[in-house]
Design a protein. Structure first.
Length: 397
């Protein structure tokens, strides 16, 4: 049975060109960049070349890039690092209710440490209103953290507008760009961003490596303490193969992003149109795509449906048996029996939030994969609903 992977938001396969670029740094060019001998200096030169690639991609200076183990560390570094470094100025942080757990949990931790956090509500499509950001600002506000795009429903936030508000008030602005780096154009100056988190495994690079962009002059304390790597901002021996893989993934993204996004949007819209037409009592979660203005406010590869009268977990397992790999939401919370906090935040009742399905497309998705999903998904939903007392009661009523 052919396996169709439609969970690119959870992780992506390593591109063969990325793997090829990484391989020499495991056994041949294995030096520690902190070493003074030739092995170490070759590794250092390679690491610094990646820093330059990322800087060019973001319109940032290379020395504003700090390598980390991935998105979770980068988010923790940004939020806790800013909070503790600026606590004399204030103790108030603004974020949203639809952030990834890697932002929400650090904020909850800081609340237990005496900080105050405002969690902004979103509208039915998951958008943060910039006016709500303005109203939430206090004299003690030191940080605003709003994700670039939502990992579950694909909503692309008005980051530049929110960043302008933060800049005008002298407040640090962080964005979690884990779902967008390598997939959307990002200019940290145009977006008015002071800190930005990203992870390699979301753009066909390896797991276990990412970075935090930190604008020059930002007052932040290190998240990890130890050696003086990363100019004293992040201790730990560099993951050289991982960093090299990240660099190659960025290089490929620059070449392929525009063409890929056109392709993925077409498949995304075909999938949405087909499912909404074939399966009754279905809700599209997140921004609509049937209008040009709205289409660009959703990630090019993201689809999230709510199916009434069924459980998302049963749906995912049933699809897997048919060779389709999908998810009910964030991979980081897939072991939880609680409904998605994102879907609840946009106003879905728990019983519908429990019936969600996220399908995310990627570089290796083929048109035939979408056709197969459009054939199998209605059959699976119909079978599961036939076993649902709630569905039968609704039909009889």
């Amino acid at each position: 049975m052919k396996k169709i992977y439609m969970d690119y938001a959870a992780t992506t396969p390593v591109d063969p060109e990325v793997l090829k670029e990484m391989q020499p740094y495991f056994c041949k060019q294995f030096g520690n960049p902190s070493s003074l001998h030739s092995y170490g200096q070759k590794a250092r030169k390679a690491v610094e070349s990646v820093r330059e690639k990322i800087g060019q991609f973001l319109n940032a200076s290379p020395d504003e890039i700090v390598f980390t183990s991935g998105g979770t560390e980068s988010n923790n570094f940004a939020i806790k690092g800013i909070a503790y470094a600026n606590k004399e100025r204030g103790n108030h942080i603004i974020t949203s209710v639809v952030e990834h757990h890697a932002v929400i949990e650090p904020c909850k931790y800081l609340e237990n440490q005496g900080f105050e956090v405002t969690y902004l509500k979103v509208d039915k499509n998951g958008f943060v209103n910039p006016d709500d950001v303005k109203e939430a600002i206090k004299d003690r506000t030191i940080l605003i953290s709003i994700m670039h795009a939502n990992n579950e429903i694909g909503t692309i936030q008005p980051i530049a507008e929110i960043g302008k508000i933060a800049k005008e008030r002298g407040i640090y602005f962080h964005t979690d760009a884990v779902q967008t780096f390598g997939h959307l154009n990002i200019d940290v100056d145009e977006m008015n961003v002071d800190l930005l988190s990203a992870s390699a495994h979301k753009l066909y690079g390896p797991k276990g490596v990412g970075f935090l962009y930190i604008r020059k002059g930002t007052r932040i304390i290190p998240f990890l303490h130890g050696g003086d790597q990363e100019r004293g901002r992040r201790a730990s021996t560099h993951n050289v193969p991982g960093i090299i893989g990240l660099g190659k993934a960025v290089e490929l993204a620059r070449k392929k992003m525009k063409e890929e996004n056109v392709y993925l949007k077409r498949l995304r819209d075909k999938l949405i149109t087909g499912v909404m037409r074939k399966i009754e009592e279905t809700i599209l979660n997140g921004p609509v795509v049937d209008e040009p203005e709205s289409s660009d406010k959703r990630l090019p590869n993201n689809v999230n449906f709510g199916f009434k009268y069924i459980e998302g977990e049963s749906l995912v397992l049933s699809l897997d048996m048919k060779g389709i790999c999908a998810s009910t939401g964030s991979a980081c919370s897939s072991q939880s029996l609680e409904p998605s906090h994102v879907l609840l935040a946009i106003g879905l009742p728990p019983e519908i939030a429990h019936g969600s399905l996220r399908l995310t497309l990627g570089r290796y998705t083929e048109e035939g994969d979408v056709d197969y999903v459009l054939k199998v998904l209605p059959e699976v939903v119909s079978r599961l609903r036939s076993m649902s007392p709630l569905y039968r009661a609704g039909r009889d009523g």
